[in-house]
Write a protein that binds this ligand. Structure first.
Ligand code: G1P
Length: 335
């Protein structure tokens, strides 16, 4: 089975980390965001993926080749960031059957097996979630039977609170691409972009039946604060623990905490909600709601709500910070 995954975005809300790390490869609870998705897709039978690449494309492609060598991957360059319909339009030459389309900036808890229960009369399945801040999303208005009637991108009125989460299964690929071609040749939306949601509206307006399905979990990873919240959730549901090859000595641990192989933690208080990646060293630190990257060295710090990049070297600072890979930060040691 095939999937289209756009990964071209600059990840501006996750800067500075995304200046050199593609957003889908940023780690949460010790695993890259995209890996949570790819591992599940492969399990349900996806073996060919069209990645729409752009920002840091070489890094992105090298990572996929190394981590998923047996995946049949195609890379299509999106030169102009002209929206979600513009991105998916580029995949058309590779698609001749049903497909998933997934925007990879979240960890999903989804029953992908639902696609096998779709009747012959249905053309697509859109996963969705009830939200309060409907203005930030594309929201779906449904008919009495639960199928989509209308989708409204970033509504100002509460026409619906059922948000489209960027995860779709399309059975009728012909009708989808017909809708996408129509969308990208019509005037763009208010932000100058072509929305995939307009192609879904085209499908419905032209006789397509699009069903919605609730999602159990939708954990955003696109901003530092949501990445840290998602880290907390994933630790809670199973990714916590001290690796047997980690050294934790004289530390007050407040769960949930994850300490990976080769990490050395001495003294201080760690947690709640802290991931310490492989080989990182912490000495005399108080840390909560923070992700410490692989092989970072952190001494005498008091950190909260922070992201510390791999190989960063920081000492004697306190507060909330975004420290990118290989950074050096030295505060004044307390006497
Ligand atoms: C996009 C989609 C929107 C959807 C949202 C989910 O918006 O256009 O329909 O609800 O993703 O995250 P964006 O977040 O790119 O503004």
């Amino acid at each position: 089975m095939k999937a289209v995954i756009p990964v071209a975005g600059k990840g501006t809300r996750l800067r500075p980390h995304t200046h050199h790390t593609p957003k889908p490869v940023v780690k949460v609870a010790g695993k890259p965001v995209l890996s949570y998705l790819l591992d599940e897709l492969i399990e349900v039978g996806v073996d060919e993926i069209v990645f729409i690449v752009g920002h840091l494309r070489d890094t992105m492609e090298a990572w996929i080749r190394e981590e998923y060598p047996s995946l049949k991957a195609h890379y299509v360059l999106q030169e102009v960031q002209d929206g979600t319909a513009g991105a998916v339009a580029l995949a058309e030459p590779y698609i001749d059957e049903e497909l998933f389309i997934i925007f990879a900036d979240a960890v999903f808890e989804v029953d992908y097996g639902l696609i096998r229960t779709l009747g012959a009369e249905s053309d697509a399945l859109l996963w969705a979630k009830e939200v309060e801040d409907y203005q930030r999303y594309g929201v779906i208005v449904t008919n009495d039977d639960g199928s989509m009637k209308k989708i409204v991108e970033k509504p100002t009125e509460p026409v619906s609170k059922l948000a489209n989460i960027g995860l779709y299964y399309i059975k009728n690929h012909e009708l989808l691409f017909e809708g996408i071609r129509k969308t990208v040749t019509s005037p763009p939306g208010p932000s100058g972009e072509f929305y995939l949601t307009d192609a879904f509206q085209y499908m419905v307006d032209n006789g397509g039946r699009l069903l919605t399905a609730p999602v159990a979990g939708w954990w955003d990873c696109g901003k530092p604060e949501t990445l840290i919240e998602t880290n907390h959730h994933l630790l809670e549901v199973g990714r916590r623990g001290i690796d047997p090859l980690a050294t934790v000595d004289g530390v007050e641990l407040i769960e949930p905490v994850r300490v990976e192989a080769g990490a050395k933690v001495r003294g201080g208080t760690i947690g709640p909600n802290v991931t310490i990646e492989e080989g990182a060293e912490l000495d005399g630190c108080t840390v909560r709601d923070t992700i410490i990257g692989a092989h970072a060295s952190v001494r005498g710090c008091s950190l909260n709500d922070s992201l510390v990049g791999a190989h960063a070297d920081i000492a004697d600072v306190s507060g909330s910070m975004r420290v990118t890979d290989h950074s050096f930060v030295a505060g004044a040691p307390s006497s």
